[in-house]
Write a protein that binds this ligand. Structure first.
Ligand SMILES: [Zn+2]
Length: 308
């Protein structure tokens, strides 16, 4: 990983190979928030990591599209990092779902009248306060200025210079309002939190999420693009390939099968945690303590059974 200044990054962005990774220190050295890392996926698509969920940046001839906006307390750091990547202004912000670590730039950019596009359930969720046992917290609404200005139900297309955004809603997967974005010219997918690498996923079963549906969504995404398609996960290193996505899907399916078996036996969440249903996958995924994930995923299994 290379630490750099603006001039070096712009030079590298213009001339460097795809896959290049550069890191900014936005708040000096040492303690403070995590640095923001930029990964060049194509000459017009850059992923920014380190400020919440991964951010996709699409560089158009006259402006930028931002896919997800990280954490609210990192919104100005993200804006600074984006200014290092391109002098153009953000014209459109796309939200892959309603979680706070993906909509943190909504109010910041909404005040500048940036268009905000999301599934209609994202706008609905961002307008109310509600208790979320799956996430273990109260979900707070955004100010009206930060809520999506344009919503969709199933899918949509947005032309942006030489790139096109094709976005597709996947009902009841990680949440009830997820969408993934495919950029066919760049051959890049921004998966939001439908795909995770290097850790187990969050399963927001309070709003209809389940591991089984998330695995099914990965199978659906497998049909988008081709073998060369690069994927930006919601969390984890940007630029994963289809093979890695299939491995993740297989692990999720295997764990889900075990959780379903526990549910059929009527076991409590504590008993399931004690049975360590992820143990043989933890090293491969890169996780030491999977308890939180097991409780969430099992909660999703129980919620689905209760709804049947
Ligand atoms: Zn999420």
């Amino acid at each position: 990983m290379i630490e750099t200044n603006r001039r070096a990054f712009l030079q590298a962005l213009l001339t460097g190979a795809a896959g290049l990774t550069l890191t900014y220190r936005t708040s000096g050295q040492g303690r403070g928030p995590a640095p923001i890392t930029a990964t060049k996926l194509t000459s017009r698509v850059v992923a920014l990591s380190g400020a919440g969920g991964n951010v996709g940046l699409v560089i158009g001839p006259d402006g930028l599209i931002m896919i997800d906006g990280g954490l609210a307390n990192r919104a100005s750091d993200l804006a600074q990092a984006i200014a290092e990547v391109s002098p153009r202004m953000v014209e459109v912000l796309f939200n892959t779902h309603y979680h706070f670590d993906h909509v943190g730039s909504n109010e910041y950019l909404g005040k500048g009248r940036v268009r905000i596009i999301a599934h209609e359930n994202v706008r609905r969720r961002l307008g109310v306060r509600f208790e979320n046992p799956a996430m273990g917290r109260t979900m707070e609404p955004l100010q009206e200025v930060g809520r999506p200005t344009e919503t969709f139900r199933e899918r949509g297309t947005l032309g942006f210079g030489p790139e096109t955004l094709e976005y597709t809603h996947t009902p009841m997967a990680h949440t009830d309002g997820d969408a993934f974005v495919f950029l066919p010219q760049a051959n890049v997918v921004h998966a939001g939190d439908l795909f995770w690498t290097g850790r187990y996923p969050v399963v927001d079963y309070t709003v209809g999420g389940s591991l089984a549906a998330m695995a099914a969504t990965l199978a659906q995404m497998d049909g988008v693009g081709d073998e060369a398609t690069r994927i930006i996960p919601g969390h984890g290193a940007p630029g994963a390939g289809k093979a890695e996505m299939r491995q993740v899907r297989d692990i999720w399916l295997a764990i889900n099968e075990r959780l379903e078996a526990h549910a059929r036996e009527g076991r409590s969440a504590d008993d399931v945690v004690a049975a360590a249903p992820t143990r043989d996958f933890d090293a491969r995924v890169g996780v030491r303590d999977a308890e939180g994930f097991v409780r969430q995923a099992y909660g999703g299994v129980l919620a689905r059974r209760a709804a049947r």
